[in-house]
Design a protein around this ligand. Structure first.
Ligand SMILES: Cc1ncc(COP(=O)(O)O)c(C=O)c1O
Length: 391
């Protein structure tokens, strides 16, 4: 028999992340009808709050009913028709997933690759654009959760727009923790997920679409292959017409509304700074344990730290101890990094000093148990130094 309710686990993996108590409470509010006038007001406010967090004025800004992968599919199936040339930047699991979807849409896939653990080189995107005239879109992951890499977007956007291509961006592990700046950067189609830096449970995928992309959507010659994710129909439900399309997950939308309201209360800049400082503190502590980070400093995500496991320490054993002796979940490596990497999330409500310190104490204890000698006191002194410097 499952233990219900489960004991609380400190979620410090690649997601889901800790959910704010106010968000959990919002989920238990009375369910309204999905076309009830009061619920429609909540939907409108949710769209406005999403515009605030995405930093955009895009009219089409709404949560897709489904997880981050549904956001990814919506961002691709609505704009790709068979035969379209699409560049996908691949440097981890989620670029690989985008490439898979492009193929399923009948797009002609052009991959631009970088080694896992490194950002995509804009020169490689430029070459792919030059070698393939008429590319319709360049797809790229802002925060590659499989490797902890933060992708600088501006150079890629400039190259793509120079050649008339759209830019589709995955912000699943960045939205709400790292500036996304949809309008400033001119991003055309951007999606995310609720379970990372927004501090909601998994279940919705915020999406925003700019004018350039909407214009291309309007010129499609074939129907969108997915009925459920067709933005033409979705905007009739979320827009003025309010035409029934599917039954919105009402209580999840309450949760998202509350999570976004919390972000508005905190302010975007203080929130980004909080993510930056807590991650710097975690990194300082891990380094004091003699551990090395996978991405170089300038390509590191503040929301997710990818750190190499010290030689001789068994990954599965260590994560089991963290989970069952210390009540902390962290993530393991994927692909070639399976067994060699830990992914430690500090996202949204989870990005707090007390979590940094608790995780470092637990990791220190587990490393010592498994033969890697290190001092938690030294690590915590480094952590303290980071917080004192940050003020
Ligand atoms: C960068 C990125 N994109 C897409 C996804 C897919 O989201 P989901 O698992 O919610 O479907 C994830 C999930 O971790 C992710 O980290």
């Amino acid at each position: 028999m499952a233990k219900l309710p489960p004991d609380e686990v400190l979620l410090m993996g690649p997601g889901p992340s800790p959910v704010h108590p106010r968000v959990l409470e919002a989920m238990s509010w009375p369910t309204l009808g999905h076309l009830d006038p009061e619920f429609l007001t909540i939907m409108n406010e949710t769209m406005d709050l999403l515009r605030f967090v995405f930093q955009t004025r895009n009219r089409l800004t709404l949560p897709i009913s489904g997880t981050g992968s549904a956001g990814m599919e919506a961002a691709l199936v609505n704009f790709i028709e068979p035969g379209d040339r699409i560049i996908v930047c691949v440097n981890g699991v989620f670029g690989t997933r985008m490439a898979d979807i492009v193929g399923r849409c009948g797009g002609v896939l052009i991959e631009v690759k970088a080694e896992w653990g490194r950002a995509i080189d804009p020169d490689d995107v430029e070459k792919a654009l030059d070698d393939n005239p008429g590319v319709k879109a360049v797809c790229i992951v802002h925060a590659e959760t499989s490797t902890g890499v933060l992708q600088p977007l501006e150079p890629v956007v400039e190259l793509a727009h120079d050649r008339g291509a759209l830019v589709v961006v995955d912000t699943v592990t960045s939205l709400g923790g790292i500036p996304v700046k949809v309008d400033d950067r001119g991003l055309d189609v951007v999606y995310s997920g609720t379970q990372k830096c927004l501090s909601c449970p998994p279940g919705l995928a915020p999406l925003t679409v700019g004018d350039r992309a909407m214009e291309l959507f309007g010129k499609r010659s074939s129907p969108v292959q997915s009925w459920y994710l067709d933005l033409g129909m979705l905007t009739k439900y979320w827009g003025k017409e309010r035409v029934y399309h599917h039954t919105a997950p009402v209580n999840m939308i309450y949760a998202l509304h509350e999570a976004l309201a919390l972000i508005e209360e905190e302010g975007l800049e203080p929130r980004f700074e909080r993510h930056r400082v807590n991650s710097a503190a975690l990194v300082a502590g891990l380094k004091a344990y003699g551990m090395s980070l996978l991405p170089p400093e300038e390509e590191r995500l503040p929301s997710l730290t990818a750190v190499l496991i010290p030689d001789g320490v068994d990954d599965a054993e260590a994560r089991k101890k963290l989970r069952f002796q210390h009540g902390i979940e962290i993530g393991g490596g994927l692909g070639d990094y399976k067994g060699r990497l830990w992914r430690i999330g500090l996202m949204g409500h989870g990005s707090r000093r007390e979590n940094v310190e608790r995780a470092l104490r637990a990791i220190g204890a587990v490393l010592n148990d498994l033969g890697h000698k290190c001092s938690a006191d030294e690590a915590l002194a480094e952590v303290d130094r980071v917080y004192r410097t940050a003020g």
